[in-house]
Design a protein around this ligand. Structure first.
Ligand SMILES: Cc1ncc(COP(=O)(O)O)c(C=O)c1O
Length: 351
């Protein structure tokens, strides 16, 4: 183990030593959005375009899948068993797309919910294929254990057929956090090249992306604050779960974990419920589209963006400061929210 405070070169070597499949278009862009910066009241707002990773409709999970499938393929697995979310799951879509890309099968466990939307990611998922196993619903997406238990049953069934399954119980996994340590290195290189230093990184995450930015930033002692933005009402135990994934990621990289639970900042913006927009999130979605042509999604990034605006109002930065918002994707879900978009967004804008 080496002590905390690792050079970027050393961290790059450690990340690159792990097995990986390359299918995302990286680095993702870092784009200045001056009209949204004016709205946010900051000198410069930069959007890290992780929505444009190039796999299916892109998003944060493409990065994760490079390392997860890297390990799966290195272990000789021929089918990935994953999922856990609902019919609009971006994770499920990305798992199947990544598996297709690498040439392994995908079995996806999903929770069926009353009133499920068949458009958007659900449609995309069907187009991409894979085998879906439906289990009973959990509206707030809290009980991952029952989805995990079903994944193990599926894996048993597959093993009995002579298959070699790789089980990904949750997207919160050591290698997912590593993927966002890799993203931190990428962002660090981009801001160094642009000779600019952001002071806050905002990301719609209470999981891997937040964990990776925190771990990478602390290991390299980068001069910015990392703030997670909730996409559902705050759950108990979130920080403890995240910390344990961060520790596992640090072990995978062979470094000590410099992140403490107190370092995990998550701004609560996920109300009123998972997948249900708030007045602020619809407004944020509209502002990004109308000011910059930037499409946020109703489930995750519009809530995150609204939370960032709120945090900037509550804790205004110094006038010279630059801010980064990481756009984690989710665009496929937009098309499943046609009714709400018409009701809340398009109508209110044309008043
Ligand atoms: C588009 C998008 N943004 C953000 C998140 C939240 O990510 P995390 O699991 O890191 O909290 C997800 C998770 O599914 C997502 O699909």
């Amino acid at each position: 183990m080496i002590a905390p405070m690792v050079s970027a070169e050393e961290l790059r070597k450690r990340v690159d030593a792990l097995p990986r499949q390359n299918f995302a278009i990286l680095p993702t862009g870092l784009q200045s959005v001056p009209r949204l910066a004016a709205l946010a009241g900051v000198r410069e707002l930069l959007v890290k375009r992780d929505d444009l990773t190039g796999l299916a409709l892109g998003g944060n999970k493409s990065r994760l899948m490079e390392f997860i499938l890297g390990e799966a393929v290195a272990e000789g697995c021929d089918v990935i068993v994953a999922g856990g979310g609902g019919e609009q799951s971006n994770h499920a879509v990305q798992c199947v797309a990544a598996a297709n890309r690498v040439g392994v099968d995908a079995v996806i466990v999903l929770q069926s919910r009353p009133g499920a939307r068949s458009n958007g990611n659900a449609l995309l998922h069907e187009v991409l294929g894979g085998h879906t196993v439906w289990i009973d619903s959990d509206p707030q997406m809290q009980d991952r254990t029952s989805a995990g238990a079903h994944m193990h049953l599926e894996a048993e069934r597959l093993r009995a057929q002579g298959r070699r399954p790789y089980i990904l119980e949750s997207s919160l996994h050591a290698l997912s956090v590593v993927a966002y340590v890799d993203a931190t290195l990428e962002l660090y290189g981009q801001v160094a090249e642009a000779q600019t230093t952001p002071t806050r990184i905002y990301v719609t995450s209470e999981g891997a992306a937040l964990g990776g930015f925190l771990l990478g930033s602390r290991l390299m002692d980068l001069p910015w604050e990392v703030i997670g933005l909730d996409w559902r009402p705050t759950q108990s135990g979130t920080s403890a779960r995240l910390l344990s994934a961060i520790s596992a990621a640090a072990s995978a990289l062979g470094v000590s974990n410099p992140v403490a639970e107190a370092d995990i900042i998550i701004h609560p913006t996920g109300g009123p419920a998972y997948g249900v927009g708030s007045a602020q999130s619809w407004e944020a979605l509209l502002a990004a589209a109308r000011l910059e042509g930037l499409i946020l999604d109703p489930v995750y990034t519009a809530k995150g963006f609204a939370g960032m605006l709120e945090d900037l109002r509550e804790r205004p930065p110094e006038p010279e400061q630059r801010i980064v918002f990481v756009h984690t994707g989710g665009v496929g879900a937009v098309f499943a929210y046609e009714a709400e978009l018409r009701r809340h967004v398009i109508k209110s804008a044309s008043k």
